[in-house]
Every structure is written in structure tokens, then in C-alpha cells.
Design a protein around this ligand. Structure first.
Ligand code: HEC
Length: 101
């Protein structure tokens, strides 16, 4: 009984400290971001380099699931289908703005 409680505790601790997009690489994400010209619409909407879309006061994304969904919508708009690995990379890169934990 004691060990079961310990295992439960350990599992809870591990999942709480696991970063979202742990399988992604921010540098690879930045490359993809440039390759897909992700900021082309964001820049047209908001001016500047477009990155302010990720830090605007009424931003849409508040967690990793919302970030993935938004990336799918955006890439779909340009006819691209992101692989699960690409989403991990892009998420790891964009988390510099979102600071999701
Ligand atoms: C065809 C134009 C277009 C392209 C290309 C595009 N986006 Fe977007 N993106 C948008 C629009 C429009 C919004 C705002 C959606 C809203 O406000 O509901 C947005 C919003 C976002 C947001 C949410 C910002 C917030 O409010 O938190 C993320 C994240 C995002 N885009 C990621 C990407 C990524 C990653 C790519 C490249 C794969 C990309 N976008 C390419 C049009 C585009």
C-alpha cells in the first residue's frame, strides 16, 4: 500500500514538471517558422515582424493544446500539414513567448 502511494506521488510529480513540447527543439522550430514564413500574415495584421501576435493582451493561446490547434489552423491556411514532430519543434520555439509549463 505504501509503495503504491509513492508511485502515485512520483507519477504526479513527473507529469507536473514535464515541459510541454519536451520532444521539440527550439532551434529546429525557428527554422521551420522561417521556412513556412509563419509571420507573413501576423506581420500584415499587426505590423512589425509579426511576433507581437504571440504576446498581445487578448492572445488566443493559453496552453499547449490551444497552441497546437492554432498551429494546425494556420498551417492549414497555407496548405501545409505539419507533422507531429514539426509541431513539437514549433511549440518549443514559440514557448519563448508563451512560457507554458
Ligand atoms: C494565412 C495567414 C497565416 C499564416 C501563414 C500563419 N498564421 Fe498564425 N495566425 C493567423 C491569424 C489570422 C491569427 C489570429 C487568429 C485569431 O485571432 O483567431 C493567427 C494566430 C496565430 C497564433 C495565436 C496567437 C495568439 O493569439 O496567441 C499562433 C500561435 C500562430 N498563429 C502560429 C502560426 C504558425 C506556427 C504559423 C506557421 C506554420 C502561422 N501561424 C502561419 C494567420 C496566419
Amino acid at each position: 500500500m505504501k509503495s503504491l502511494a509513492l508511485i502515485t506521488l512520483l507519477c504526479a510529480a513527473t507529469s507536473a514538471s514535464a515541459l510541454p513540447f519536451a520532444d521539440g527543439n527550439p532551434q529546429a522550430g525557428q527554422k521551420l517558422f522561417e521556412q513556412y514564413q509563419c509571420n507573413r500574415c501576423h506581420a500584415a495584421m499587426l505590423g512589425g515582424d509579426g511576433n507581437s501576435i504571440f504576446t498581445r493582451a487578448d492572445r488566443k493561446v493559453h496552453n499547449a493544446t490551444e497552441l497546437i490547434t492554432q498551429m494546425e489552423t494556420c498551417s492549414g491556411a497555407i496548405g501545409a500539414k505539419l507533422t507531429p514532430q514539426e509541431k513539437q519543434h514549433l511549440g518549443a520555439y514559440l514557448n519563448r513567448y508563451y512560457q507554458l509549463k
